[in-house]
Write a protein that binds this ligand. Structure first.
Ligand SMILES: Cc1cc2nc3c(=O)[nH]c(=O)nc-3n(C[C@H](O)[C@H](O)[C@H](O)COP(=O)(O)O)c2cc1C
Length: 373
């Protein structure tokens, strides 16, 4: 008889308790824009509740980014969380996820300069900390790819209004039944544009020094925490991530200071996308007393083994997977069974209907007969 070597439990599959959240495993579904909302009303598609309910086996789902203000919309079919209609539609989604025993946070996402007048109401200019235009890759719009325009810098009072818009969106998230919210401070969108030296050339209190550059993010998080309770607020960051023409001169200095400013608040979690030369997870882990979610963003979908290694090394409490969840709605069950994984169809990621969205199959459920054998 071959010797049976007891296997340590897979760290991704252990339950996790954090503040008011009890998660059935340590796998988070990373936020992913799918572009299927009505482009005029920004109300999510009725398919969206099926899509997230199918993925409720994740310990925690973080939704695609939802805009807090029409100027925060980045492209076609991106949902909002501003109107009563938005709230009602998202309530259907949270109900469906909760009915499956899942937990779901809404991602709050203002894109800043990463949009185009054709996407914004009345052809308005995108807003940003400073008038710094993206010079590289064009931006995707309903009219196809278009060159970026130079964004309009937010006046100080407008930056303060952005804080209020995020707080109002968080209130809407709770009205819609979400378990909490994740503030999108990553990937070169508005909040990271305030954090980064190359996009924030301001001289008011939202720029001018490291503390000035941190201020908008810190005040957004504080305002939301005051509104809905810190235990319902997460923050996503991507230190040293060059995406969307961000160039951070001193990621270590910036993100250590940010973690230091937010650590006393008792937030639900910090969600760190590890990218670039600065080893953010190892550097920030000792500075962050609360829950840490890790994510890797490389050219290929992150593997199960990569997530396990991060948890085994104690670098994070939870690991989030993005692309694997597109094509494997029951990803945790597949990990548990050691089952093969589907690959997603690239051309069906954004926009469209059920194809490439809700039609990826789950593993065959065992039949009563199968269960007996
Ligand atoms: C189709 C797609 C849409 C995405 N949309 C968002 C988003 O709305 N908000 C966000 O913070 N990250 C977004 N991301 C980044 C993912 O959350 C994640 O960081 C990335 O996919 C890397 O994880 P993975 O290797 O497990 O896919 C998106 C990624 C993909 C592939």
């Amino acid at each position: 008889m071959p010797e049976v070597v007891p296997q340590p439990p897979n760290p991704l599959l252990l339950p996790y308790e954090t503040g008011h959240l009890r998660l059935r495993n340590r796998i988070a579904m990373a936020p992913m824009t799918r572009g299927r909302a009505d482009d005029t009303t920004a109300v999510p598609s009725p398919l969206t509740r099926t899509y997230y309910a199918q993925r409720a086996g994740a310990g925690l789902i973080v939704t695609e980014g939802l805009w807090p203000h029409p100027l925060g919309k980045g492209g076609p079919g991106i949902p909002g969380l501003v109107t009563d209609e938005h709230v009602a539609a998202w309530r259907e989604v949270t109900r469906a996820v909760h009915a499956e025993g899942g937990r779901i946070f809404a991602q709050l996402w203002h894109v800043g300069r990463m949009t185009h007048p054709v996407t914004l109401p009345d052809g308005e200019l995108p807003v940003a900390p400073s008038a710094v235009r993206i010079t590289g890759e064009p931006i995707f719009t309903r009219d196809g790819p278009l060159d970026h325009v130079t964004p309009r810098p937010l006046a100080t009072a407008e930056a303060e209004a952005v804080i209020a818009a995020f707080a109002a969106e968080a209130r809407n998230a709770i009205r819609a039944g979400f378990d909490g919210v994740e503030v999108h401070g990553a990937n070169g969108y508005l909040l990271q544009q305030f954090l980064a030296e190359n996009t924030n050339l301001r001289t008011d209190r939202f720029g001018g020094s490291r503390n000035g550059r941190l201020r908008l993010v810190v005040e957004v998080v504080e305002a939301i925490a005051a509104e809905i309770g810190p235990e319902r607020v997460g923050l996503r960051i991507s230190p040293d991530n060059p995406e969307n023409e961000i160039a951070e001169e001193d990621p270590q200095g910036t993100y250590r200071a940010l973690a230091g400013a937010l650590a006393p608040l008792g937030l639900a979690y910090l969600h760190v996308i590890e990218r670039g030369a600065y080893g953010a997870l190892a550097d920030l882990r000792p500075l962050w007393p609360g829950t840490l979610i890790a994510n890797f963003n490389g050219p290929e979908p992150t593997t199960r083994r990569a997530g396990e290694e991060v948890l085994e090394a104690g670098l994070a409490d939870l690991f989030s997977f993005g692309r694997l969840f597109i094509s494997n709605p029951d990803l945790p069950a597949r990990f548990a069974a050691g089952a093969p994984l589907n690959r997603h169809a690239e051309h069906l990621v954004y926009g469209g209907g059920a194809e490439g969205y809700t039609d990826y199959p789950a593993l065959e459920a065992p039949t009563a007969e199968g269960a007996r054998t």
